[in-house]
Structures are given as structure tokens and as C-alpha cells.
Design a protein around this ligand. Sequence first.
Ligand code: TUI
Length: 295
Amino acid sequence: MAWVSTAELVSAVSNAGGLGIIAAGNLTPEELEKEIKRTREMTDKPFGVNIMLLSPHVDSLIEVVCQQKIPVVTTGAGNPGKYMDTFKNAGIKVIPVVASPSLAKRMENLGADAVIAEGMEAGGHVGKLTTMVLIPQVVDAVSIPVIAAGGIADGRGVAAAFCLGASGVQIGTRFVCSQECTVHTEYKKRIVKAGPMDSVLTGLSTGHPVRSLRNKLTRKLLQIEKNGASFEEIEKLTLGSLRRAVVEGDIAEGSVMAGQIAGMIKDIKPVKEIITDLIEEANNVLASLHGGVTV
Ligand code: TUI
């Protein structure tokens, strides 16, 4: 969650019993070092860093996480295979985000400690399989823990993920609508206002599909893609668009990346409350299953 998962949100999640993850996708190595220091000032609990593998600074960002002795790294938007030894040699637990059972298996063979299996309901850059289809097949493919992501924003989603065999969940969009998250208020309000049909995929023609909320930018993108626009033309429209929405609050011409579950999020709450409610609801749902419900 580039521009979104900053020290404020990460420390709030870790302080509330979760594992906050700093997004390094938009950062230079110097900025990442600063963000790690800021987070350490706000929490004494463990937190991780996400390395977005398409970052132009990927090698030096990895140097920073190794030097800073970050305990857990997640990776996204690609195959982290060539960096695995570097992470392992620095004593870092590696949890790649995968969008297919085959990549999950390859990651396990290379020494991944767990995988995050992310369905295409998620926001931002996504794969092709839904969470419902992906999770059980990744669970069957590997022996390491599987963390489910994509489309999870309440206790029912957490319970469902556990029913599919996951050992944990990764949550994005729900935490964007937290009091602690530093994104522009307009961005949070756009998610709260979103209906169930407001989520769209752009970039399918380039092989890099991105999920965001419907607006002027997505309409323009879908139009030029339909007319056979080149990768460069699409790049030109999307460059800097996430920053425009998150930092400047331009929710019409910026990219409002959010998961499909945005339609279900109706309020902005403190992180602690989001986590407490989620766990209580998941426990109630799972207990009611044990209470004699049969299918
Ligand atoms: O990485 C993300 N979400 C992101 S990254 C991002 S920046 C970006 N913007 C436009 C185009 C591309 C990137 C915005 N949102 N989530 C983790 C994630 N990783 N989701 C899916 C994947 C993934 C997909 C395919 C991981 C590996 C993969 O396979 C690569 C291979 O070699 O098989």
C-alpha cells in the first residue's frame, strides 16, 4: 500500500496486536530508513516491510531492511526468488505475496517462511484468481503457513479464510478507513461512499491489471484500452496517479486503489476497534458453526 502504509498506520496495527507492514513501494532507501526509525519511535512491537519488486530502488531497499534487522519482509508484484538468499542470510523471515499455487510452491522450495495468497478482489496490482479459488489450492500446494488476502474486511471474511485453510489474514482496504491512516480524507470518504459495483480493473490489456474505484481516470483508461492504446500511453495516464489521490486528495483524476470489499466499508474507526471487532465477529461466526450448523 504505497503512500498509505506509513509509520502511523503500521505502529497502530502493531500496537493493537497485528503485524504492521511499511510499504516501501514509493520510497527511496533513505526515506525507508527514516520511516523505519519513525515507526520504532511509535511502537516497541514487531513490524515488517513490504518490498514492491517493480520499484526502481529494489536492491538498495533490500539492503536497508537487512541493515535495519527488520524481522519480516513481504514482497509483491513479482517473483522474489533471486533475493531469497539475501533475506535468509540476514535472518529475515520472508513472506512473498503470491497469486497462484505454482508460485507458492516455488517460493516454499526457495525457503519462504509463509506465503500471502492474494485473490484478485484485492486493491492495486492483482493476479487472476479469486480468494475463494486461490486459498484452498495454495493450502494444498504447500506445507508452510498460508495467509489469505483480498476481499477480507470483517470477521465473516476472517472466518471464511480460516475455513479455506488459511492460518492468518492480510487486510488492506479496511485499514485505509482507519483514523490513524494518513491518506487524504477525500480518499477515505470515497471508499466509505463506494457501492458494491464501484470497483474496476484497468490495465488488463498490458498484463498488469490494477483494481481501483471507478472515476474519471478509470473511465479514460478503459476507453483508451478499448481503442488499443499502447503500454506507454497507459503509463502516461497512470504515472503518479496513486500519489495524486492519496496525498493530494484528487479522487477524480487520481487512482483510488482499493479492494472490491470497499462497498462494505461504511465508517472510519480506530485501528484497535477494527481489530477487536474483527476478531470478536470471527470467533462468533466460527463458534456458531461448531454450535451444530451442518451443511
Ligand atoms: O503488489 C501488490 N499490489 C500493488 S503493487 C502496486 S504498484 C503497481 N502499479 C501498477 C502496476 C504494477 C504495480 C500497486 N498495488 N500486491 C501484491 C501482489 N503481488 N498481488 C499480486 C501479486 C503477484 C502477481 C504475480 C505476485 C507475483 C506474481 O507472479 C509473478 C511471477 O513471476 O509468477
